[in-house]
Write a protein that binds this ligand. Structure first.
Ligand code: SAH
Length: 246
């Protein structure tokens, strides 16, 4: 029996936002590998083995999934959102690069999913309507100096900035630091959006400005969007026009 590995994302939370291709890949898998809460979003299939793990052991999880596939299992690695955005797809390829040569010949495929910034943007209008970028504030895998350099460059280029991983219990101060830096290079009326649990029934939005944005409003389930100079309000929506100021 020849094994396979598919890396999928469950979307932002609501079952309807999981793609049919992802649902089919999950239903066909003999083994599911992933962080417990993401596996809980997947409907049970008879005879399927679930290997739930802690959120912090991504490389172990990737290697485990690759060994199962090499042993002939049909494995699905489950992320939240899209699997290629700050998630397991890159971890799997890092493990392939550093691991057994035979892993390079495995049948590995990635299914796209709805990433948090798309669900968050849809909650408020179209803030990502012009050029935008995404930055993870987690410094588990890169230095804070790198994050600061990227924030500054994004602000100078007038991108809308989507901030993933804005805060966690282990990193309570970083979003405050990021706002401080951005206040030095953007106008104080710049719209800032905190979107918690986007794309779920519990979605909550705080729309404010850079001058008064309170970093303690964000937690691990929040996506923060910092507008460009053109991002504005119309009625109850926030959007960024498609064209830019020259
Ligand atoms: N692969 C995921 C992102 C993983 S990083 C994706 O594509 O969405 C985890 C971060 O994503 C969280 O700290 C938070 O900033 C963001 N996030 C994930 N789901 C979210 C949701 N439903 N609402 C708001 N932010 C979310």
């Amino acid at each position: 029996m020849s094994g396979s590995l598919v890396i999928v994302g469950t979307g932002p939370g609501r079952p309807e936002l999981m793609t049919p291709a992802t649902q089919a890949a999950l239903a066909e898998a003999t083994d599911l590998v992933g962080y417990g809460p993401y596996l809980d979003r997947v409907p049970a299939a008879p005879g399927q083995c679930r290997h739930a793990s802690d959120n912090r052991v991504e490389m172990d999880r990737a290697r485990h999934a690759l060994s199962l596939a090499a042993a002939g299992r049909r494995v699905a690695v489950v992320s939240g959102g899209d699997p290629g955005v700050f998630a397991m797809a890159a971890a799997v390829f890092e493990a392939v690069e550093a691991g057994e040569p035979a892993w390079r010949a495995l049948d590995i495929r990635v299914e796209p999913g709805v990433t948090a910034m798309l669900a968050a943007a849809a909650e408020v209008g179209a803030p990502l309507g012009g050029d935008f970028c995404a930055i993870s504030l987690s410094d588990n895998l890169k230095s804070w100096a790198t994050i600061e350099r990227r924030l500054k460059a994004a602000a100078e280029a007038d991108f809308v900035i989507a901030l993933y991983n804005p805060a966690s219990k282990a990193r309570p101060h970083q979003l405050g630091e990021a706002f401080k830096l951005l206040r030095g290079c953007k106008v104080s009326e710049t719209p800032v959006l905190f979107v918690r649990a986007a794309g779920t029934a519990e979605a909550r939005v705080i729309a404010t400005t850079l001058a008064v944005a309170d970093a303690t409003e964000a937690d691990m389930r929040t996506l923060v969007i910092v507008g460009a100079s053109t991002t504005r309000q119309v009625g109850r929506w926030i959007y960024t026009p498609r064209g830019a100021r020259s």
